[in-house]
Design a protein around this ligand. Sequence first.
Ligand SMILES: *Cc1c(COP(=O)(O)O)cnc(C)c1O
Length: 428
Amino acid sequence: MNHTRSSQLFQQAKASIPGGVNSPVRAFKSVGADPLFIKRAAGCHIVDEDDNSFVDYVGSWGPMIVGHCHPDVIAAVKSTMESGASFGAPTERETILANMVIDAVPSIEMVRMVSSGTEATMSAIRLARGYTGRDKILKFSGCYHGHADSLLVKAGSGAATFGVPDSPGVPADVARLTLTAEYNSLESVRKLVAENSSSIACIIVEPVAGNMGTVPPQEGFLEGLREICTQEGIILIFDEVMSGFRVAYGGVQELYGVTPDMTTLGKIIGGGLPVGAFGGKREIMEKLSPAGGVYQAGTLSGNPLAMSAGIATLNILKQPGFYQSLEEKSRTVAEGIAKAARDAGYPIYSTRVGSMFCAFFTKGEVHDWPTASQCDTKAFAAYFLAMLNEGIYLAPSQFETGFVSAAHGEAEIEKTIAAAAKCFKLIA
Ligand SMILES: *Cc1c(COP(=O)(O)O)cnc(C)c1O
């Protein structure tokens, strides 16, 4: 497969953009290759600058659940653009999308729109601190909540890939306020809560972890967090930037029946345009400026184009049978890949929740960051490159989630499983 033009573009980009990319994991560093520059996409296919076509399981890292260039989303954004891209004044679309989010997500009674997931989690934490009058926060090792200072402590995603649990530039005084527990270990949470009684503002968690690969919550974990938070007056924040409208229309909280106090969203609710949101109980949200004193603002917040793309996307997701059909496709993909590995005698640990899936390159089970980090990342890199060569575009890191979209058809899924069979044999 020819990557000449992508490589040329990458060389040029490196001269003017740090590392040649605007977000680290795009650089393919952990798989030892140059990134592909993408020219266009449609449905579940993306095409690079050398005109190679791939079946896409990255989906812009989650947002593209209805596939690329869905005609409804294009029509909505085009018609909005023709009436103005941004006004810095309220528009009706913001209330429409807010109400769609409130109707969908059990914990959300009021919601504030922002422009990225990072902004959503950062602002949710400020609000939790303002509401409780406490300074400390508790997160989990391997969970990624965007790149705000207080959250870049033992984070997953790009930070896990690059082994930068504490980034230079994050003041020690800030990191000190972030406590880190092990995912799926209520024991580790109870210990930290006991040691820091009455000083923890919030527990923030990916209720299905997707940034250390895909790690589902074990039975009782989310229920246990809910109980601890209620007892201790701690705000429970579900970071559903990835899982919201992904594992179910109402996110993990609908699927598992556990309701947090606050929820952060992003990715899907922007339909591919820059968006984030955070919401929760009315009593908490009304402490937010200008209703209350906790400050938060944004020039492009609730941007008309993003709101239109989000509304159009959610309208597609609301159609009867959408998640059922996506579940069936995703099961076929994940089980097909797991079987291909077994048939090749290659050990992987396969996980999936809805259309989020992962093949961990390890003999053991994966429940948290210590077990995820046991994976053979060199073997993963070989598999990734072999799959790419077969026309399958996976996330370029072991510690990421694969995403199936509604646009993935039978033919593409068959092609994916056949490619996996070939590639596992190749590396076995
Ligand atoms: C992607 C992601 C974020 C960060 O969102 P950005 O839009 O990249 O800032 C936060 N939390 C989770 C769980 C995510 O998957």
